[in-house]
Design a protein around this ligand. Structure first.
Ligand code: CP
Length: 360
């Protein structure tokens, strides 16, 4: 029988000083030659970057419609390799990143659980990530621990062989590339009605432990006259750090438990599931909170242009009969993930200009 060891804990000089800094200062560590190098927090993105990335994703999408265009995309980065280190379950983020890499010609490797890596022999997460950097040009990570991507990117940046790190979800704190695809989806859904500026968005469900709503909330600072409505059971209310961020940036928001009352006034409803994986009490975690579900009877209450989003996976939050309603944007949202991630990777490797020139 094999003997496994607990993971080795390593202390890095300078790390404590780094994490005590405000995010505005920390982001400098993740920039090279005036471009984003590691994607760790949603706060790294400004309006011009978001607009550019959405337009880049549109261009990739358009090119990929033809055989010739697909071939051009595939010849952009065939000399690059990427590691998908996904040790927390994922379907969409994993597949959309993997296929985004393949669209651009990048070869991918994957680890989908610590039980199949040398971490079971006691190797530290930091040494594990450093090992990936010996073989590949890009690391995309999904991890159950908050701050995991931040730490590994920081550690790699102290070495003489760093590679970019993209955060594909780190515990309950951040999911910055989900926020990118959410913005891309909202901008597309509102394309004929002036885009995201001036819109009122409801975020519904487990807002306390849902990293997607946290990252998306951060991005709202980039849009004019946006308002947020947080709809959650008392125990899953949005945390104070996000509410303080919104207040600091003069973004109006309100909180309610009365979902139906706000349905007629919002331009988008962003549904989320209960994040049981971060809970410790099985009895309360079995509750499905039906008063925070979107039902077919609600379709007559919401506006004709209201976009219904969900980062997925869903459970019972959205009745499957709603899928046929043209306002149900979540399957389109899922597809947007692959295109915006392809845009992000092309930007990280500096081939975005070639893509834009192809269509100019
Ligand atoms: N939205 C999202 O992160 O989905 P997965 O957990 O399936 O990657």
């Amino acid at each position: 029988m094999e003997k496994y060891a607990a993971q080795t804990q390593q202390e890095f000089e300078g790390w404590e000083e780094f994490i005590s800094k405000p995010v505005d200062e920390k982001v400098q560590n993740f920039i090279r030659q005036n471009r984003i190098y590691d994607v760790i927090y949603a706060q790294q993105f400004d309006r011009s970057f978001l607009d550019y990335l959405c337009s880049l994703a549109d261009s990739i999408r358009l090119l990929a419609k033809t055989k010739v265009g697909q071939s051009k995309l595939r010849h952009l980065l065939p000399h690059k390799r990427a590691m998908l280190y996904f040790v927390q379950p994922s379907t969409r983020t994993f597949l959309s990143f993997q296929n985004a890499c393949h669209i651009l010609g990048i070869t991918t490797s994957e680890i989908r659980g610590t039980s199949t890596s040398s971490e079971v022999k006691g190797e530290s997460p930091e040494d594990t990530i450093r090992t990936f950097a010996s073989y590949v040009d890009l690391i995309i990570s999904r991890h159950p621990e908050a701050g995991f991507a931040e730490k590994t990117a920081w550690v790699l940046n102290q070495t003489d062989h760093p590679v970019p790190v993209l955060n594909g979800g780190s515990g309950p704190d951040q999911h910055p590339t989900q926020a990118l695809l959410d913005i891309y989806t909202l901008e597309r859904e509102f394309r004929t009605i002036g885009g995201l500026d001036g819109k009122k968005i409801a975020m519904v469900g487990d807002l306390k432990r849902g990293r997607t709503v946290r990252s998306l909330s951060y991005l709202m600072k980039n849009y004019q006259d946006v308002e947020l409505v947080y709809v959650a059971p008392e125990i899953f209310r949005m945390k104070d750090d996000i509410k303080e961020f919104l207040s600091k940036h003069d973004i109006p928001f309100k909180e309610t438990e009365d979902f139906e009352s706000i349905m007629p006034e919002v331009d988008a409803i962003y549904m989320t599931r209960i994040q049981n994986e971060y809970g410790s009490d099985p009895t309360s975690e079995a509750e499905t909170y039906p008063q925070f579900h979107l039902k077919t009877s609600h379709l007559s209450l919401i506006q004709t242009h209201c976009a219904i989003l969900h980062p997925l996976p869903r459970r019972y939050e959205i009745d499957i009969r709603i899928d046929k309603d043209p306002r149900a944007a979540y399957w389109r949202q899922e597809r947007c993930g692959m295109w915006i991630r392809a845009a992000l990777i092309s930007y990280i490797f500096g081939v975005d200009g070639e893509i834009m020139n192809e269509l100019s």
